[in-house]
Design a protein around this ligand. Structure first.
Ligand SMILES: [Zn+2]
Length: 420
């Protein structure tokens, strides 16, 4: 299967190359702001909607733009036009997209180049990468780079982080190997105590990365705020603080990558619950813990990895009562506090671990969606529901949800795995 993905490499540019990158990053930002301004004035004062800004005339106002890779100016134009298109479309539908904003000058930044050689053997030469107008730049690859799998190179994004590190992201079409189907289905329950609990009872711990470095970050923030603005010491303090945040992010990303890759490789069908993270964060007592879990990152990793490896990700409705429903008989408990970790089903007398039970319900629910091939009917939080007859018929013959899942797989395979 061919997918479009970015390959990120750490760059080690020379001093001159760094200056060049910084110029390009600045130019893309300035060009974007200038073109956005023109479009804004024309739209607000004259009602012109389809004006296409011209970046080559910008060079008369900003002569230093002659030195940079002009492709990044062209990219800025595309960005402005896309931003406006999205805004107009959202206006029609009454959506949430706001008016395009000006880009601020920050310590981090990116620029894009489309004029690079489009075959891998010409882009990567002598152990270096060729970046237009900057020449060959040293880089380090963290993962093994298999050039034979790269079909077509689309564009390069050069990024400067706020810790003054440089990266290049090579956006290209990559031929992915076929992964063998395992025949497993799994339901995942996301939580704060354990980050992921699977329907087969495995628990992946929540490492609470923020908690471990919260003190240090607070301390660095205080030191930074006390330094005189514009001084060298302030810049040093900023760098130290930015490095601490970067480390936190890297640890989180690393853990989530390992975890999601493991889950996606071991299972064919993965069912998760649709979490309302933005709503959850509004609960002030839990906000920090929830934000530290990075549920959105986890979810997006699962989504794109499922696509890469030919797996199926099923997202079930957030209102289905997964925690309160008995996964054996379908009885729904009228109410259950967050503190309850284990409970006894009054109907069939099974002792449930709260999270494992929820994961099992998510799996059953997800497999139902796959089987009927359409969205589930809208669920409302039911307080006093009786036995779920569908669950009952499913489970009549088999005791465990796992078995039930395999039974379902027989029907699932042709539709769901055909895409792989
Ligand atoms: Zn029960």
């Amino acid at each position: 299967m061919v997918v479009t993905k970015g390959i990120e490499l750490r760059l080690y540019p020379t001093k001159a190359q760094k200056v060049f990158f910084n110029k390009c990053i600045g130019s893309e930002r300035v060009a974007y702001n200038a073109m956005l301004n023109t479009k804004m004035v024309l739209y607000k004062d004259y009602g012109v909607k389809n004006f296409s800004p011209n970046w080559s005339s910008l060079k008369e106002f900003y002569p230093w733009m002659e030195e940079v890779d002009s492709r990044c100016l062209n990219y800025a134009k595309i960005e402005v036009e896309t931003a406006y298109k999205n805004w107009f479309r959202s206006l029609k539908k009454g959506g949430k997209v706001g008016h395009p904003k000006f880009k601020k000058k920050t310590h981090s930044g990116t620029y894009h180049s489309t004029s690079m050689p489009n075959t891998p053997d010409r882009l990567f030469r002598d152990g270096k990468i060729f970046i237009p107008k900057a020449g060959l730049v040293k880089f380090v690859q963290y993962k093994e780079l298999d050039l034979t799998r790269i079909n077509k190179i689309r564009y390069l994004t050069i990024k400067r982080t706020n810790t003054n590190k440089y990266f290049v992201s090579v956006c290209c079409d990559v031929e992915l190997p076929e992964y063998e189907h395992t025949g497993n289905c799994i339901g995942l329950d996301l939580g704060i105590k354990d980050l992921i609990v699977t329907s087969d009872g495995t628990k992946f711990e929540n490492k609470r990365f923020l908690k471990s470095c919260e003190k240090r970050i607070k301390n660095l923030q205080r030191i930074h705020s006390r330094k005189k603005k514009g001084s060298k010491n302030r810049e040093k303090a900023r760098l130290r603080l930015a490095t601490a945040y970067e480390k936190l992010g890297n640890r989180r990303k690393d853990y989530l990558h390992k975890l999601t890759t493991k889950i996606v490789l071991e299972n064919d069908v993965i069912c998760i619950e649709d979490l309302n993270v933005c709503g959850m964060v509004q609960n002030h007592t839990l906000a920090k813990s929830i934000a530290d879990c990075s549920f959105l990152m986890l979810r997006s990793m699962l989504a794109y990895k499922c696509e890469w490896y030919g797996r199926k990700l099923v997202v079930i409705d957030r209102w289905s009562p997964s925690s309160k429903k008995c996964s054996c008989c379908g009885y729904t408990m009228p109410s259950m506090g967050l503190a309850v970790r284990e409970w006894l089903c009054p109907s069939c007398h099974t002792v449930h671990d709260r999270d494992v039970n929820a994961a099992k319900n998510i799996l059953v629910e997800g497999l139902k969606i796959l089987d009927i091939g359409r969205e589930p009917p809208e669920y409302k939080p039911v307080e006093n529901s009786t036995m779920d007859d569908r669950a009952e018929t499913y489970l009549k013959s088999s005791g465990s949800v796992k078995q039930e899942a395999y039974m379902q797989m027989g029907k699932v395979i042709p539709t769901s795995l055909a895409c792989g």
